[in-house]
Design a binder for this molecule. Structure first.
Ligand SMILES: NC(=O)c1ccc[n+]([C@@H]2O[C@H](COP(=O)([O-])OP(=O)(O)OC[C@H]3O[C@@H](n4cnc5c(N)ncnc54)[C@H](OP(=O)(O)O)[C@@H]3O)[C@@H](O)[C@H]2O)c1
Length: 212
């Protein structure tokens, strides 16, 4: 599969490597796709790793990963344009967080996932992966086992495609919690995790679902 990654930070790179390692072809993008550091990293990833502008990554991918900071997403999507993402599966893993005394969700009355689906009405947005840190996104092994991953989105086929991609990078228990209106639950889950991590000064947590 061809995967276009919008954003070449820690999340973009870790997911790019994860999917290249299992045979996918990736185009990862940045405001400066010709930077030396990105070039050096791309060379280490091998022939299935390509770099380009945000628009080039969007055109390349059958599946698109939004891995840009929340503050930049709307402008980046405007630059790419809705048409370029028509009918594509768009994975949203963003977290709109405000850091004041304690972290809180920056959006009121709507979630980031819903807003992205509104900005991209012709795309098939799936929210997932936002509630774990980048170091746990690929092959998430903990002493207690493999954590659970949640996803939501309006399009059933898109969710199946995303589930398959998650399985390929090591997720086993993947739970579909409904349409994109459930995105706020996943964003609150991230916040719950973040607040408890800060209180305990212990980072890298993930969720497990225990059954009797
Ligand atoms: N880090 C985590 O553990 C984690 C976990 C869950 C979810 N997330 C979410 O994943 C997304 C990416 O996080 P990250 O940790 O990979 O961030 P990061 O390392 O800071 O990288 C962010 C990427 O976004 C681009 N960017 C930032 N501001 C921009 C703007 N105003 N306009 C255009 N591009 C901009 C940067 O572009 P340049 O390359 O041009 O600098 C970079 O490629 C965020 O939405 C975050 O909430 C992160």
């Amino acid at each position: 599969m061809k995967i276009g990654i919008i954003g070449a930070g820690s999340v973009g790179k870790v997911l790019a490597k994860g999917w290249i390692d299992v045979g996918h072809s990736v185009k990862i993008s940045s405001r400066d796709p010709h930077s030396e550091s990105l070039f050096v990293w791309k060379e280490q990833m091998g022939s299935e790793c390509h770099t380009g502008s945000f628009e080039e990554a969007a055109a390349f991918g059958d599946v698109i990963i939004l891995a840009v900071n929340w503050s930049g997403i709307e402008a980046v999507l405007q630059k790419i344009g809705q048409t370029a993402l028509h009918n594509k599966v768009v994975i949203d893993l963003s977290n709109a967080v405000e850091f004041s005394e304690t972290p809180q969700l920056a959006l009121k009355g709507i979630s980031a996932g819903e807003l992205i689906q509104q900005w991209l009405p012709e795309s098939r947005v799936v929210k997932t992966l936002n509630m774990v840190g980048s170091s746990s996104m690929v092959h998430p092994h903990y002493d207690e086992g493999i954590p659970a991953m949640f996803l939501c989105g309006n399009d059933e086929e898109a969710k199946q495609i995303v589930e398959g991609l998650l399985q390929q990078i090591g997720w086993k228990t993947i739970l579909d919690i409904g349409d994109i209106t459930r995105s706020g639950l996943l964003e609150s889950l991230m916040l719950t995790c973040l607040i408890s991590e800060i209180k305990q000064q212990c980072f890298g947590a993930a969720f497990a679902l225990l059954r009797k």
